[in-house]
Design a protein around this ligand. Structure first.
Ligand SMILES: Cc1cc2nc3c(=O)[nH]c(=O)nc-3n(C[C@H](O)[C@H](O)[C@H](O)COP(=O)(O)OP(=O)(O)OC[C@H]3O[C@@H](n4cnc5c(N)ncnc54)[C@H](O)[C@@H]3O)c2cc1C
Length: 384
């Protein structure tokens, strides 16, 4: 076993880190406070080419492999969780089905501009009454005149309020449950497609979240992304594997940022005549974090490696997401305790880490749902 990254991957990490340190970190507090989509930063970041991380060079992409893209997601989350959410939505979920199933014409019209940051995309699974339970999807697609008519509402959509296009999960046959679900491309300007309420959020601010409404929206047949009605949903697991590992690395990054920031504070803050860093109870928080963080990061990169090798790894990706995200909750909690009362002050980043970390518990699957699936899988498992 060789746990080292390649020289190219190390170089890539340092390049991304430099961009994040230069462009994003100095603006992180402002992004959180203003809670608007940071258009200027988006343009500057898009110019670096990262929005095409996973897409073919033909459309202006970088065609990075899974491990390289995971390095990117980890470094990105060191900057601003909200901005990272916006960028990863555009790179991964927001353009995945178009890159995979879109016609050449759709890709030229949408993917190229999306990679340049000129068009913004998102994915719509969640509805008011169905989040974890996708089989409960009510948005309906009915075949008509060589295309599909969509009706429904989607809730909690990242970049929803500003999106130019979206991939929408809808049922073509409600009696079929999961097997009746398909993905459809809908573009801004299509009759009947509109933006609903904007949701004010606890954390991950700047990624702007809201509701999308589909009222008799007609899309042509080629906008059905996937293999025929009901076919597209089997790729959801595949993309969710990557999303879960990405979320786990976001969690590792936020956890470590919070603890590194708390370390600075602990070394400088004097209580009872000494820096608080000299106290055993404070030191033990750093020791615990170090152990859990390294374990979470190592396991997460192993899951990423399994995706890259094409190995079955649905459970490993779930485990990584669950473990790393819970490690992160613990880290932001302990880091804020080290800050004492100052953890409540908006001038310090600690309160932002604390709020941002909460989103990671839901994105890529709520932990109760993951635990259900993992517990059942463990019961079926053999002796290994
Ligand atoms: C900031 C943010 C951005 C988001 N962006 C997007 C986006 O871009 N696109 C999108 O489609 N969605 C998005 N979502 C929605 C997100 O995917 C859902 O919140 C998530 O899937 C959970 O669904 P829910 O909120 O409806 O919770 P529910 O499914 O209603 O779950 C509520 C609680 O019940 C538990 N629960 C549910 N089922 C079970 C079960 N079988 N056993 C045990 N416990 C269970 C859950 O674990 C949870 O604790 C976003 C959410 C947030 C907060």
């Amino acid at each position: 076993m060789d746990f080292r990254f390649s020289e190219e991957q190390d170089f890539f990490r340092s390049t991304v880190r430099d961009a994040v340190d230069r462009l994003i970190r100095p603006r992180a507090q402002e992004i959180d406070e203003v809670d608007e989509f940071p258009k200027e930063l988006w343009k500057e970041f898009a110019a670096l080419g990262y929005l095409g991380l996973r897409h073919p060079e033909e459309y202006g992409g970088m065609e990075a492999d899974v491990m390289t893209s995971m390095i990117f997601y980890e470094e990105l989350a060191r900057g601003s969780c909200g901005f990272a959410m916006a960028v990863t939505m555009q790179i991964l979920m927001g353009t995945y089905f178009i890159g995979r199933f879109g016609s050449d014409e759709i890709k030229a019209r949408i993917l190229g501009p999306a990679i340049k940051g000129e068009k913004i995309g998102t994915i719509c699974f969640t509805e008011d009454q169905s989040g974890s339970d996708l089989a409960g999807t009510k948005t309906r697609a009915v075949a008509k005149d060589g295309g599909w008519v969509l009706n429904g509402r989607k809730m909690w959509i990242t970049l929803g309020p500003i999106c130019d296009f979206c991939t929408v999960l809808a049922t073509t046959d409600p009696d079929q449950g999961m097997a009746g679900l398909s993905f459809f491309l809908v573009e801004k300007g299509t009759a009947g497609f509109s933006h609903g309420q904007v949701i004010k959020k606890l954390g991950s601010r700047g990624s702007v979240t809201g509701e999308l409404i589909f009222d008799n929206v007609f899309v042509p047949e080629e906008n059905l992304l996937g293999e025929g009605p009901g076919g597209g949903v089997k790729y959801t697991t595949e993309i969710l594997n990557e999303v879960r590992v990405m979320t786990a690395l976001n969690a590792c990054a936020i956890a470590n940022e919070a603890m590194l920031d708390a370390r600075q504070y602990a070394l400088q803050r004097i209580a009872f005549g000494k820096p608080i860093a000299s106290r055993q109870l404070i030191r033990s928080k750093f020791a615990d974090h170090w152990a859990w963080y390294e374990a979470a990061r190592l396991y997460t990169y192993q899951a990423a490696w399994m995706i890259e090798q094409g190995l079955p790894c649905q459970h490993e990706c779930m485990l990584a997401k669950m473990f790393a995200t819970e490690m992160c909750q613990k880290a932001v909690d302990e880091a804020s305790r080290i800050y004492g009362g100052n953890s409540f002050a908006s001038e310090y980043a600690q309160q932002r880490f604390f709020r941002d970390a909460r989103f990671l518990l839901f994105g890529g699957g709520c932990h109760e749902v993951l635990r259900n699936a993992l517990g059942a899988a463990f019961l079926r498992k053999g002796s290994s």
